[in-house]
Write a protein that binds this ligand. Structure first.
Ligand code: AP5
Ligand code: ZN
Length: 216
């Protein structure tokens, strides 16, 4: 499997990418997760990225392309990849195209997960995540068995710094301005598939699989 999951903040990219990559045995490449790991570890890159992330703005393209180039060298990425939250600008999409040409691992599909803005704000503000294993929950839509505790590994769940309503609204504005043009970008290249992201996690998952691997 070699796909991009495209969609606004809170659409369910991370939830779906993690499950798909696990079941297909391919790399889950989330630039947001990689950046958050740098912030936690206090690296130079993390210090640079944090300001942009806290404001809900995009981290500069060259920084992101460097991260992705490095991540694509890892073993699991040789089997395939699910990109989550990348690319986010036309410059990133062009850079990815060149990298995949170089590596001779072309994209099979770009799946756009469509969800209206009103639903997205609620999803992001109610999200809780496991800092240890990365599992994603929602206080109402997908609650853990014990409130505040990860079902998979028992760690205490946290809320992301950028999941307050004001920052989520700015992330949505940034998405519409800078990332939504990629829908047409990939449509013009014959790679775009559209999925309704308002259905249940399981239904969205089945729809993505059908769109990404035609005939299954
Ligand atoms: P990033 O981490 O990529 O965040 P995002 O794109 O804003 O997306 P989210 O993680 O908010 O949402 P998601 O679609 O993954 O939804 P999820 O599955 O969690 O980026 C964060 C920041 O990092 C950016 O603002 C930027 O600063 C920087 N950055 C990252 N990548 C970058 C790049 N390439 N270039 C530049 N800067 C970059 O689900 C959301 C919630 O909904 C959860 O609670 C979940 O349980 C629930 N949910 C999921 N599916 C369903 C469903 N079907 N029904 C009901 N609830 C559901
Ligand atoms: Zn966990």
């Amino acid at each position: 499997m070699r796909i991009i999951l495209l969609g606004p903040p809170g659409a369910g990219k991370g939830t779906q990418a993690a499950a798909l990559a696990r079941s297909e045995g391919v790399a889950h490449i989330s630039t947001g997760d990689i950046l958050r790991a740098h912030v936690r570890q206090g690296t130079e890159l993390g210090r640079l990225a944090k300001g942009y992330m806290d404001r809900g703005e995009l981290v500069p393209d060259e920084v992101i392309l460097g991260i992705v180039r490095e991540r694509m060298q890892e073993e699991d990425a040789r089997r395939g990849y699910v990109f989550d939250g990348f690319p986010r600008t036309v410059v990133q999409a062009d850079g990815l195209g060149r990298l995949l040409d170089e590596l001779q691992r072309p994209l099979e599909a770009v799946v756009n997960i469509a969800v209206p803005d009103e639903v997205l704000v609620d999803r992001a503000v109610g999200r809780r995540a496991c800092p240890k294993c990365g599992e994603i929950y929602h206080v109402r839509n997908r609650p853990p068995r014990t409130p505040g505790v990860c079902d998979r590994c028992g760690a205490e769940l946290v809320q992301r710094d950028d999941d307050n309503e004001a920052t989520v609204r700015n992330r949505l504005a940034v998405y519409h301005r800078q990332t939504a043009p990629l829908i047409d970008y990939y449509r013009e290249r014959g790679l775009l598939r559209e999925v309704d992201g308002t259905r249940s996690v399981e239904e969205v998952s089945a729809a993505i699989r059908a769109a990404a691997v035609p005939g299954r």
